[in-house]
Design a protein around this ligand. Structure first.
Ligand code: MCU
Length: 392
C-alpha cells in the first residue's frame, strides 16, 4: 500500500510536467477501420503497443490529436496577446491575435475563511450545481458567450469565433476549453485574484458536463474534473450508446447529437452514423485526463444520458487509470430519484473525497468509486478486447 501511494504520487508529478510532448505529427492520411469494440487505448496508429510511460505520453499526444481532428476541432494555443485585470471579484481576460481582440469576465466568489490563500477554486461552466467545500472559491464562467450552444445555427457564433474566424474547426466545447485555459493563464498572471492555479477543478452539468470533460482532457493544469450527468458526448461512449439504442432504449447517440447542437466539430458528422469507424471512444477522453482526478456522475432517471453507456465507458476508462497505477483517480457514480442536475445527498461523500484528494492534498481520501445504478447488465468483456499494460 505504501509503495502504491508513493508510486502514484511520483507518477502524477512526472506526467503533469511532461505530458503532451511532441512525438511526431499525426499522419495526413489515416486508415480508418471498423472496430466494434472500444478501441485499444494502448495501441498506436502504426500498430505498435504502448510499453512504458514514455510511449504513453506519445500515445496521449496522438489521441489528443485524433480527438481534435475527428470530433472536437482544433484547440488553438495561447494567443500572442493575453492580459488580465482584476477588480471587485471580477477577472477580465483579454486575448488578441493579429490585431484582433476579445475580452470576457469571470466572477469569483471567495470562501469566508482567510486561512489558506491562495485558494483552491472550482471553475463552473454556466452555473454551479454541486456542493463545494468551505475552503474553495468558485469561478463562474459564462461559456455560452464564448461559443454559443442553442442549436445548429450556433455554429461559429461567440467570442472565440470573433477571434479565430467563424469557420474555425473548434466546436463550441473546444472553444470553451480554450477559454478555460486562458482563464487559468490569467489566474497565473494575477496574484491579486488569490487563486491557486495548481488547485483547480472544473465542473458543469449535462451539456456543460460534457464541456467540463473536454476542458479537463485538454489542459493538464486542471487538477480535478467533475462531469455531472454529462451522458452521451461526455462520459458515455458512442459505440455503447448506439448499442443501447439498438436494444430499444430511448437514448442519445452521435446520430442525434450532431443534429441537435454544435458541441462537436463539422468533421464529426461523417462518423455520426458510423461510430465504429472512430479511432477512439470516450473512455479515451477520460484517458486524456489521467492521471489527474475525474469524478463523473449520471442519473438513471434520464435514460437519454445512457445507462450502460456511461457506466461501461467509465469502467473502461478506469483501465487506463489502472495502467498508470491510479485507478482510484477516476470515480464514476450512477443513481436516480433526483431531477437532472440536482446533486443528490448520497453522492456528497464521494464528491468531497475527490475535493479532499485533488484540491486539498489529502492523499488518504478514499476516491475508489465505481457505482452502477439502474436495471441493466453490462459486461466489460463484451467491449474490451485488449489487455492493460502496467506502465508505472
Ligand atoms: C445531457 O446533456 C444534454 C443532452 O445531450 C441534450 O440532448 C439535451 O437537449 O440537453 C441536455 C442538457 O444539457 O440539459 C441541460
Amino acid at each position: 500500500m505504501k509503495f502504491f501511494l508513493s508510486a502514484s504520487v511520483l507518477f502524477a508529478g512526472i506526467v503533469a510536467t511532461t505530458a503532451r510532448k511532441t512525438c511526431g505529427n499525426l499522419p495526413k492520411n489515416i486508415h480508418l477501420f471498423n472496430d466494434t469494440y472500444l478501441p485499444d487505448p494502448f495501441r498506436f496508429l502504426n500498430g505498435q503497443r504502448v510499453k512504458n510511460l514514455k510511449n504513453w505520453q506519445c500515445r496521449e499526444a496522438e489521441v489528443s490529436a485524433l480527438f481534435q481532428r475527428y470530433e472536437l476541432g482544433t484547440k488553438p494555443p495561447r494567443p500572442s496577446h493575453l492580459s488580465a485585470s482584476y477588480a471587485s471579484n471580477n477577472l477580465t481576460i483579454t486575448a488578441g491575435e493579429n490585431g484582433n481582440y476579445i475580452n470576457w469576465t469571470v466572477s469569483i466568489t471567495y470562501p469566508n475563511t482567510t486561512s489558506t490563500t491562495p485558494y483552491p477554486a472550482v471553475i463552473a461552466l454556466d452555473a454551479l450545481s454541486i456542493p463545494v467545500p468551505d475552503g474553495a472559491a468558485v469561478i463562474i464562467f459564462n461559456n455560452d458567450e464564448i461559443g454559443q450552444q442553442n442549436n445548429q445555427s450556433s455554429r461559429g457564433v461567440g467570442l472565440f469565433y470573433d477571434l479565430y474566424g467563424h469557420d474555425a474547426s473548434a466546436s463550441s466545447m473546444m472553444a470553451w476549453a480554450w477559454a478555460i485555459s486562458r482563464i487559468i493563464d490569467a489566474l497565473e498572471m494575477t496574484p491579486a485574484a488569490h487563486i491557486n492555479p495548481h488547485k483547480l477543478a472544473v465542473t458543469g452539468c449535462s451539456r456543460d458536463g460534457k464541456g467540463a470533460m473536454v476542458a479537463g482532457a485538454f489542459d493538464d493544469r486542471i487538477a480535478l474534473t467533475i462531469a455531472q450527468e454529462s451522458g452521451s458526448g461526455g462520459d458515455a461512449c458512442w459505440r455503447i450508446s448506439d448499442a443501447e439504442l439498438r436494444d430499444g432504449l430511448v437514448t442519445q447517440t452521435a446520430s442525434e447529437i450532431v443534429t441537435e447542437n454544435v458541441w462537436f466539430s463539422v468533421e464529426f458528422d461523417r462518423f455520426a452514423n458510423d461510430t465504429d469507424l472512430l479511432p477512439f471512444d470516450h473512455h479515451q477522453l477520460a484517458g486524456l485526463i489521467a492521471p489527474r482526478g475525474l469524478y463523473a456522475t449520471d442519473n438513471t432517471d434520464f435514460v437519454w444520458l445512457g445507462l450502460a453507456s456511461p457506466y461501461g465507458c467509465m469502467e473502461a476508462g478506469r483501465l487506463i487509470y489502472e495502467s498508470l497505477g491510479v485507478k482510484d483517480h477516476l470515480g464514476f457514480s450512477q443513481d436516480g430519484n433526483h431531477s437532472h442536475c440536482t446533486f443528490p445527498p448520497d453522492q456528497e461523500g464521494e464528491l468531497a473525497a475527490f475535493f479532499d484528494k485533488f484540491l486539498f492534498d489529502d492523499e488518504s481520501a478514499d476516491t475508489d468509486v465505481l457505482r452502477k445504478g439502474g436495471n441493466y447488465t453490462f459486461n466489460l468483456r463484451d467491449w474490451v478486447n485488449w489487455s492493460v499494460p502496467r506502465l508505472y
